[in-house]
Ligand binder design. Structure first.
Ligand code: TTJ
Length: 664
């Protein structure tokens, strides 16, 4: 083994081992360990996964530049992550400081740019992290470079080299870079890589750049029910963004059957723009833009240009059709409820703002504006049916916007802004929205018991008639016309979707209280779907709960117990009563059968009841992994509750083997 690249600092001309700039660099990495938050935003799970993204982005850059087409990402049992690409390999040659370029990249803070001269450099720029930061925060990092028929290797610990850059062997047919790193427990504590987060991240990268194949490998020990990822998978999406958008839209109904998508390479061969847009009937859109496969959650020049291009094209098309209303369309009408992905590839992107999540490069405007507008006009003329559907939909959005504005003005002007409440709401007497709660109860008889069993001061009851409408398979008009849904919205007072305002919520807790049987579970599911679709922030902010009414009552002499389910009942029978006692077990057919006192005791009284809090991941546009998680929740709701029964069928087929303890 030859030690061509000694890590010992070389003596400079004055014979001193260190010069000032080297000392400064040393301080740099110490500073990263001292204040990791300053460099990666924190020491939590999110920041940890940020480290993975940073390393993967380096390989993505090499792929986007056209020098690699395969990336492998492996999660090991020991908690380390390895990323390998078949690119040119990081240069190992000597830098003027006397160190190898490779070592400098991993040990000095602002190493990007100077030696790499990469065409598509986002890593270390956008995330602002850089591989040296990842190195500094890793207990161990090993880099291997296959380049010019030689394999080189260097190891580090907490950012400092523990071996020189060594030549390991000759290699004939290998090229590329491999980095394996072990995040430092001293920094990240108990946070470890989560297989499903990495799997999602890696998949999104493959969607975002169709020129790459990404191989995923994961140790068995990292896979569980909570992290149901395959041990091995290969991602390659030749249809890129179109596939990604279909994946994200899932089975939601769309305004036109075809998506508008395109992919344009600029003449000079450097700039590239790719996009895909669809309008869903439910109007719940999402917009994600990227630069060099890295998310730009705050948008920027590329996104503004895209929205403006679409709007101009559509207005122009409307004018050609003689559709007068089209002249009033704004980019908000066109884009706010659309679902689109926009991805640009440019060299040396510029970002605005501290967090670097808003693109400011003027080239992006030039790249997107004209090209997308032309393409959209062509597309609209080539498919008049889709064009008409989209135009009509967008004119509707415009009219709705105008209506909202007029209503708002009218409300502002009218002196009496009286609160309207549904007739059948038994409201509580307290008016604060912190300690109060509303029970949504299935059926009038249960409603009756609940009204008698409640604390009038703080507990309101709204009895719903049987099964509410499934909002996931109904259109907007049907939802708006449904009395039960109107009552819920009115009682809560906080509005839905765009008009949602948490400050107007009239209760601190919304408790879904249904029978402890399958029908009750179905109603609870329908209600959760309603809240998830119409007021997701309500769930995100922890206001939605499920009551836990008992299914059994166990009586022996003068002691009685309530059991939630079969299992709980058996446990109570074993543990709470004398052996062979003749316990009287009765099963409640429904809440309505319970005495108000029993209902209060078991399900409503805050002192004695238990509630289940309904949780969803809080939507965070700035975090790709989190966004993907939210989309997966969206898709799951759509699969389980949406219009297409075959999706449910497939889900059951695929997941039946997970089911172990069914209570029948
Ligand atoms: C830079 O310009 C000369 C040829 O090599 C270019 C380069 O840096 N390529 C490169 C870096 N490929 N892969 C990486 C890389 C891969 C991983 C997994 C981690 C890091 C930090 C960089």
């Amino acid at each position: 083994m030859s030690n061509l690249f000694d890590t010992k600092p070389p003596a400079d001309s004055d014979g001193k081992s260190y010069n000032a700039s080297q000392i400064k660099k040393l301080e740099g990495l110490e500073a990263v360990r001292h204040r990791p938050g300053m460099y990666i935003g924190g020491v939590d799970s999110r920041s940890l996964h940020h480290m993975a993204a940073e390393i993967i982005d380096n390989s993505m850059d090499e792929a986007v530049a056209g020098h690699a087409n395969r990336i492998e990402v492996e999660l090991y049992a020991d908690g380390s992550l390895a990323v390998t690409d078949n690119g040119r390999g990081i240069p190992v040659d000597m830098h003027e400081s006397g160190k190898s370029a490779l070592e400098l990249i991993f040990t000095s803070l602002h190493s990007g740019g100077k030696f790499d001269g990469k065409a598509y450099k986002t890593s270390g720029g956008l995330h602002g992290v850089g591989s040296s930061v990842v190195n500094a925060l890793s207990e161990k990092l090993i880099v291997e470079v296959a380049r010019d028929k030689k394999l080189w290797k260097q190891k580090y610990s907490k950012g400092k080299p523990t071996t020189p850059v060594e030549k390991i062997s000759d290699v004939n047919n290998r090229r590329g870079t491999k980095v394996r790193f072990y995040p430092d427990k001293e920094i990240f504590g108990d946070n470890i890589f989560i297989a499903s987060k990495l799997h999602r991240l890696v998949r999104s990268k493959a969607y975002l750049f169709k020129g790459v194949e990404i191989r995923w490998r994961c140790d068995k020990s990292k896979i569980s029910k909570e992290n149901p990822v395959p041990e091995k998978e290969t991602f390659h999406f030749p249809n890129g963004l179109s596939d990604y958008l279909s994946h994200q839209i899932g089975k939601r109904a769309c305004v036109s059957s075809r998506a508008f998508s395109g992919d344009i390479l600029e003449d000079d061969g450097i700039g590239r723009v790719e996009w895909c847009i669809q309008w869903t009937v439910d109007g719940d859109g999402f917009a994600n833009s990227y630069c060099n496969t890295v998310p730009t959650p705050q948008g920027g020049t590329h996104e503004n240009a895209f929205r403006s291009a679409l709007t101009k094209a559509l207005k122009n098309y409307g004018e050609i059709l003689g559709e007068k209303k089209a002249s009033g369309i704004t980019s908000s009408d066109v884009c706010d409820e659309a679902s689109y992905l926009l991805s640009v590839f440019i060299s040396e992107p510029q970002f605005q703002s501290q967090t670097k999540d808003r693109l400011s490069s003027p080239e992006a405007t030039k790249l997107v504006e004209g090209l997308v507008r032309d393409r959209f006009e062509q597309w609209l003329s080539s498919d008049p049916q889709s064009a008409r559907q989209i135009l009509d939909y967008i004119i509707e959005r415009m009219e709705e916007r105008n209506k909202r504005r007029i209503q708002k003005e009218a409300r502002r002007k009218s002196p009496t802004r009286k609160l309207r409440l549904p007739g059948k709401l038994a409201d509580c007497s307290d008016k604060n929205s912190v300690d109060t709660e509303i029970f949504l109860v299935e059926g009038d008889s249960a409603g009756g018991s609940a009204k008698q069993g409640r604390n009038r001061k703080t507990q309101a009851i709204l009895a719903l008639k049987g099964k509410i409408l499934n909002v996931a398979s109904a259109n907007k008009e049907k939802i708006n016309a449904n009395q039960e849904i109107k009552d819920i919205i009115m009682a809560l007072g906080c509005g839905t979707r765009k008009e949602f305002d948490i400050n107007k919520l009239r209760y601190g807790r919304i408790v879904i209280m249904t029978d402890a049987d399958v029908d009750g579970a179905h109603i609870a599911t329908l209600l959760m779907t309603f809240f998830y679709r119409e007021m997701p922030q309500l769930i995100e902010q922890g206001h939605l709960y499920l009551a836990m009414p008992p299914l059994f009552r166990l009586v022996y002499k003068n002691t009685s117990f309530y059991a939630r389910d079969e299992k709980h009942k058996d446990k109570l029978l074993k543990t709470e009563f004398p052996k062979n006692a003749k316990v009287n077990v009765s099963r409640f057919k429904g809440l309505g059968e319970m005495l108000p006192k029993q209902l209060k005791e078991t399900t409503m009284n805050p002192e004695t009841r238990s509630l289940i809090k309904v949780c969803v991941p809080k939507r965070n546009k700035a975090n790709e992994s989190n966004l993907e998680e939210s989309r997966e929740t969206d898709n799951m709701v759509e699969t389980l509750m949406g219009k297409k029964p075959e999706k449910r069928f497939n889900f059951i087929q695929e997941n039946a083997h997970f089911v172990s303890d069914i209570d029948i």
